[in-house]
Design a protein around this ligand. Structure first.
Ligand SMILES: Nc1ncnc2c1ncn2[C@@H]1O[C@H](COP(=O)(O)OP(=O)(O)O)[C@@H](O)[C@H]1O
Ligand SMILES: [Mg+2]
Length: 592
């Protein structure tokens, strides 16, 4: 199988600063996510699943730090992407849904608005980009006009101070003298009044002329400064206008280039001979399979018609009928699956082209109307009945399952190619859980998504994971295909998870895993699981085990795999359970 690596996580190590010390939440996680696969990450609560996925999404809590490691997506290390490009890469290409849909929804905003919000926000992109480009010239211009306004305000204030004679000591002195003479005048004997009146008038003249002089000099000073600014304004204004025009032209050109780039990409997809051949080959395979199955169904019916005529006893007839019904159902089921696969194969190239067109659309403005149309389309895609009506409703008017569908719809508006699902069904009841899992599976197939599916319950991923990583105390302790993990588990912790999984038939849990996970403020020295592991050896308490290779697809970190370790068989309960699972799978395949 040729596998494209979509996401490469290496030595990812994340800690949290707390008042009690550093919590070592993720301790050197390594994995690849292949294109089009579902990778399940399974482990008990607190094992670091959410922290790992939030780190990939770039939404680590404020007290979290990436100590080391890298997350490579399309040749870029996401741990080093800055704010500006963050949105382009992570926001658009990697979508995430959480356990509690309510936590991702705004309770007082209509559902439709919540779905279109992101699209419209992104849709203003070109406008914002123009603004960004002539930002500097615009700032210069506004700075000058603000300065001028400030000078004018200060001039007015200064004039008021002059009128109040509080502008400087000289004015205050002159004013005091005048006021003093006025006071003397009001208290003076009649014969002294004439003389005082003359003196007061003289003092007033002195004051007023000082004021007038001061006003004139202020006016002159301010005028010089204001004239200076006035001179700068036209140049700044025209620089701003020019920059705006250039910015618009530049963005227009960027848009043109982007369109051309995408036209090229789309044409390349449509004309890619190898891709076409591959798609055609797949179509052919499915068509052949379909016609074979249809022929089988016809001959089955023919045979049954013959046999039933020959049969004499009612009992024989009944057996024939039962067998026929079972076989027919199995065939029909396979025909249905083949038809779906055929449809997907026929559409592969068109789907890829549409994905590209969608990306291009997101580069420019999205109108409200367009956003609504797309929202309704996506609501239909995620299985929300009556989307036009539902568009106008609030989250509380939706059931838990429907809310999770809305959250998925919101994630899909960004047309992601990786979807991280963090316990998306844990809060839902069993039947709804199955529906959401099916939806995620369908979306994965139709949109060729690569999915990271996180859960504490191994049972949940049995029918949907291609590969499974088992996490314990901030590390992946075993990783392999679903078959490797379910039928050939090697790590004692995986054994414990398997035996604590609800039984397929009885739905009962056999055993809870004894003990509790270690306190990650003080991660243990050796194998973190040693304390709870009845197979632990001396070395488990002293040295961390490396990843031992079991096969090309299967690895586990336990000293039990060391060549010198005693040969330990998995516990009887786990063995029985695996046997039962195998039997069950056989039955299911036989019955279609
Ligand atoms: N913001 C935080 N501050 C301190 N410790 C945290 C923070 N977030 C998570 N942790 C700790 O990190 C560890 C891993 O948590 P998490 O990834 O949420 O586990 P799970 O596997 O259940 O998703 C836990 O010990 C948890 O208590
Ligand atoms: Mg979690």
């Amino acid at each position: 199988m040729d596998k494209n690596i979509k996401l490469h996580v290496e030595d990812l190590t994340v800690s949290f600063k707390t008042t009690q010390g550093m919590v070592r939440a993720v301790r050197g996680v390594n994995f690849d996510l292949y294109e089009g696969e579902t990778l399940a990450i399974v482990g008990e609560s607190g094992s670091g699943k959410s922290v790992s996925s939030r780190t990939i999404m770039g939404i680590l809590a404020g007290n979290g730090v990436i100590d080391k490691g890298s997350i490579i997506y399309e040749g870029q290390d996401l741990t080093e992407v800055d704010e500006e490009h963050f949105h382009e890469v992570r926001g658009n290409k990697i979508g995430m849904i959480f356990q509690d849909p309510m936590s991702s929804l705004n309770p007082i905003m209509r559902i439709g608005k919540q779905i279109t919000e992101g699209m419209v926000l992104n849709g203003k992109r070109l406008k914002n980009r123009v603004k960004e480009l002539y930002h500097m010239e615009k700032n210069k211009f506004t700075e000058i006009t603000h300065k001028k306004e400030k000078l004018q305000r200060n001039f007015k204030k200064d004039l008021e101070l002059v009128n109040d004679s509080t502008y400087n000591e000289n004015l205050e002195e002159l004013n005091e003298k005048y006021q003093d003479l006025l006071k003397q005048l009001s208290e003076a004997a009649p014969e002294a009044k004439a003389d005082l009146k003359t003196k007061a008038n003289q003092a007033k003249t002195l004051l007023v002329s000082a004021q007038t002089q001061l006003k004139q000099s202020l006016k002159q000073q301010y005028q010089v400064s204001i004239a200076e600014l006035n001179k700068q304004i036209p140049a700044a204004k025209s620089a701003m206008g020019k920059a705006k025009k250039n910015a618009k032209a530049k963005v227009k050109q960027e848009w043109k280039d982007e369109k051309a780039k995408y036209a090229g990409k789309i044409a390349a997809v449509q004309n890619d001979a190898a891709k076409k051949a591959k798609a055609d080959a797949e179509v052919k395979i499915q068509e052949e399979k379909l016609s074979k199955l249809t022929a089988q169904l016809a001959s089955l019916q023919e045979k049954f018609n013959k046999d039933i005529e020959k049969a004499e006893r009612d009992k024989d007839k009944q057996i024939l009928k039962d067998n026929y019904r079972n076989d027919k159902n199995a065939l029909r089921n396979e025909i249905r699956l083949t038809k779906a696969a055929l449809k997907t194969a026929q559409k592969t190239i068109a789907i890829e082209g549409e994905g590209l067109r969608e990306e291009l659309r997101r580069f420019k403005k999205v109108t409200n109307k367009e956003a609504k149309e797309r929202a309704i389309k996506i609501m239909k895609e995620v299985g929300i009945p009556q989307p036009e009506k539902r568009f106008k409703q609030y989250p509380f008017q939706f059931s838990g399952g429907m809310r999770q569908r809305i959250v998925i719809a919101i994630a899909l508006t960004a047309n992601p190619d990786i979807l991280i699902c963090d316990e998306p069904t844990t809060a839902l009841d069993v039947t709804i859980q199955a529906q959401i899992l099916e939806l995620i599976n369908d979306l994965k197939r139709e949109r060729n998504l690569s999915v990271i599916f996180i859960t504490h319950d191994l049972g949940v991923v049995a029918n949907m994971a291609n590969r499974i990583a088992v996490m314990y105390a901030g590390k992946i302790v075993e990783i392999g295909t679903a078959e490797d993990i379910f039928y050939n588990p090697k790590h004692p912790y995986t054994w414990a998870l398997l035996s604590s999984m609800p039984d397929i038939m009885s739905k009962e849990r056999l055993t809870a895993i004894p003990g509790t996970p270690p306190n990650m403020l003080f991660p243990p020295k050796g194998d973190a699981f040693a304390d709870r592991n009845s197979y632990a050896m001396k070395i488990d308490f002293e040295l961390e085990p490396p990843m031992f290779k079991i096969s090309d697809t299967h690895y586990a970190a336990t000293w039990l795999l060391h060549k010198d370790a005693p040969k330990v068989e998995m516990p009887e309960v786990v063995k029985n359970r695996i046997d039962r699972m195998l039997e069950h799978t056989k039955e299911v395949t036989n019955n279609g």
